[in-house]
Design a protein around this ligand. Structure first.
Ligand SMILES: N[C@@H](CCC(=O)N[C@@H](CS)C(=O)NCC(=O)O)C(=O)O
Length: 214
């Protein structure tokens, strides 16, 4: 049977979807692409996702999905036993929605505008400011997440896809040292998720190392 095809880049958010697929036993094919403007694989990525972002998922019937959280929903639909999202009626479901959307709609875009800031502003000074302000804004949001984080998982007893976002996104700016110094609860969640036999290898393959760092 044809499998979904995931387009991703090493060290990117496709790792979150790969972790979800691993937990759900969802089989998929993978294509490595590079979204950088001069990359030879960018045209291929643009063919399926005009935004030029990864992850991008092509379903067996040709339907294209973009947005990692949409793919988490897909994984949850095809593999509900993995309990990536609290089921309808579960009081944790609205809490999941709040923070999962916060992560993808508030935290993740700080990279969209901060990673390559000269795309968005007219000069080098503006680019430097945009990089600094998005980095600072992201730090404040991680501190907010730290405030509300449960244990052992973000939502408390129940492991959800939010923990997979944390396991991957704590490899990005502001970086391991900052997370260890400022967000011990978030680091504990990243470590706990990375200790899952199906998750650890995926995170290691994408980012090269796992929390707790050795
Ligand atoms: N909202 C998207 C964000 C995806 C995203 O920003 N991915 C990064 C890589 S981790 C990317 O493709 N960056 C290139 C760009 O935005 O041009 C999602 O949740 O999937």
């Amino acid at each position: 049977m044809k499998r979904p095809l995931l387009l991703g880049s090493k060290g990117c958010g496709n790792a979150i979807v790969e972790c979800a697929f691993a937990l759900g036993g969802v089989k998929f094919d993978y294509e490595e692409v590079d979204y950088a403007p001069d990359s030879p694989t960018r045209p291929r990525l643009l063919e399926v996702n005009p935004l030029g972002q990864v992850p991008t998922l092509v379903l067996p019937d040709g339907t294209v999905m973009t947005e990692s959280l949409a793919m988490i929903h897909y994984a949850n639909d095809v593999a509900p036993k993995a309990r990536l999202i609290p089921p309808p009626g579960d009081p944790l479901r609205p809490v999941f929605y709040r923070w999962a959307v916060f992560i993808v709609a508030a935290v993740y875009p700080t990279f969209t505008y901060g990673d390559d800031p000269k795309k968005w502003v007219a000069n080098a000074k503006g680019a430097k400011q945009l990089r600094e302000s998005t980095d600072a804004h992201r730090e404040r949001m991680w501190l907010q997440l730290e405030e509300v984080a449960g244990a052992p998982w973000f939502l408390g007893k129940q492991r959800t896809a939010i923990d997979l976002y944390i396991a991957s996104m704590t490899h990005w700016r502001p970086g391991r040292k900052w997370f260890e110094a400022n967000t011990p609860k978030i680091v504990a969640i990243a470590s706990k998720a990375s200790a899952l036999p199906k998750v650890g290898p995926v995170v290691k393959k994408s980012f090269g190392w796992l929390y707790p760092p050795g």
